[in-house]
Design a protein around this ligand. Sequence first.
Ligand code: 16G
Ligand code: MG
Length: 549
Amino acid sequence: MATFNVDNLNALSDLHPKPDTTFAYGTAGFRMKANLLDSVIFRAGIVATLRSKKLDGKVIGCMITASHNAAPDNGVKLVDPMGEMLEGSWEAHATTMSNCETNEQLAAYIHTMVSTLNIDLTKPARVVFGRDTRPSGDALVAALKDGFKVLDAESTDMGIITTPQLHYAVRCLNTQGTPEAYGEPTVEGYYKKLADAFKVLVEGKPRSSSTLILDCANGVGAPKFQEMLPFLGDSLAVKIVNDDIVDDTKLNLNSGADYVKTQQRGPLGLKMNSQDRYASFDGDADRLVYYYADEDGTFKLLDGDKIAGLAAMFIIELVKAAGIDNVSVGVVQTAYANGASTQYLRSNLNVPVSCVPTGVKHLHHEAMKYDVGVYFEANGHGTVVFSPSALKTIYTAEESSPAQAVAIRLLRALSEVINQTVGDAFSDLLLVEAILTQRQWTPKIWDQAYTDLPNRLVKVVVQDRSIFKTVDAERKLVEPVGLQDAIDAIVLKFRGGRSFVRPSGTEDVVRVYAEAATRSETDELAYRIAGLVFNFNSNGSGPRPREFL
Ligand code: 16G
Ligand code: MG
């Protein structure tokens, strides 16, 4: 077995000592206060190197971001060769490595991985990395680069980019020169691919007379979307707001997709009028929500569920019009999907709908079971994945009428405008704009597909969220024993009531979701279930749930 230079490891590791904290590679990688992350990111660099060597030198991605969190936080996640999330078993290796207390333990764990996973250390390692706009990014990049030095990885720095741009680049680098070539592995290549496809999708259609006001959460989406505008030319008019990336206290503050979705209101200070349409990105531009103001000024949200419905509707109709009905279309949601959206997909669109646990990797995986899999979380993270056979059918279909020719051309462009590696706010925005332009729809017409059931999300702070265990795509609790029966008994009393309880994967809280026929019944249901959870956990440590409503 080839070995590695332990002195080199020790010298580098001494520069990045582990603080007295326990780390875990969670739903979206490691994420916490940036000042605790130095050793974690150094070691993530080692894990990425080992992963690349294990996969015969395939390029692995490292993204330094904390998405919709405030600027003092940061994080890192690793990206597998086709642009997907790191494989689950390696998350566990990343966790173990991040928790090694001494240099000796670290060296021993690297040896363990090398021998148990049969990693050939003489193989090359290639990694590509990027970061968002957080000030802590620079120092964390330095730690990451030291990690690459341990086992000699060859690295490419993409600078400040969005998370989905990194996922895109990873896939491009690994497919270059193959039949699955995904595009030019540069941000310019990304802009060009998306913009060219978008222009095909809107060709010959009048542009909307209203403006798209785009809230970038004062994050990386602002400079990057600005950079894409010249590629779009006059095919899309956008006014960017919340684009201050200099004052880091503004990042994700009272703005952005997470704020708009959870508060069910527009960004603070944004005056909305009923003529325009609005969209928000999150801090690393992998989530998108739309919204508008009704004539009477009422705020109306078009969240991930609405985007999934719009995309599924459009794709199903194109597949039919293209005469390739053998291509199956399916939608993947989580338990957070509004009940009305699931009903619309099943009953109006007649499309199969699967429900999976929260977290992009679960949705992505399930979506790959369909020829064309549309997946979205209600929070606005999602995309569409096309199977190789669906792409082949779309690219080899022969038209027997002008209408079929149009449908085939649009489907091909759709498969190009969509970032198939991961949910991408830029790409999803172009998808939505293309469909609205094709149909000449306002957001209000789009919204008429179905009416959301009122819903409420409440956090309950508990001492130990690990005692909450779920099954059935997080819709049922099996532990603590008896709690689910108590929940069911309450839900039964509410018209159209639905509620579930799950431990968060990113925060030290338990989340309670409720929906019912009316706003007041929904709030009452959410409050009663949250109260139940709080009381059940006799160590309940946070404020009484009533205060969250
Ligand atoms: C992470 C997930 C997101 C999920 C959220 C749920 C990824 C890349 N991101 O941000 O998909 O909706 O966690 O958070 O998987 P929670 O477990 O705290 O509710
Ligand atoms: Mg994000």
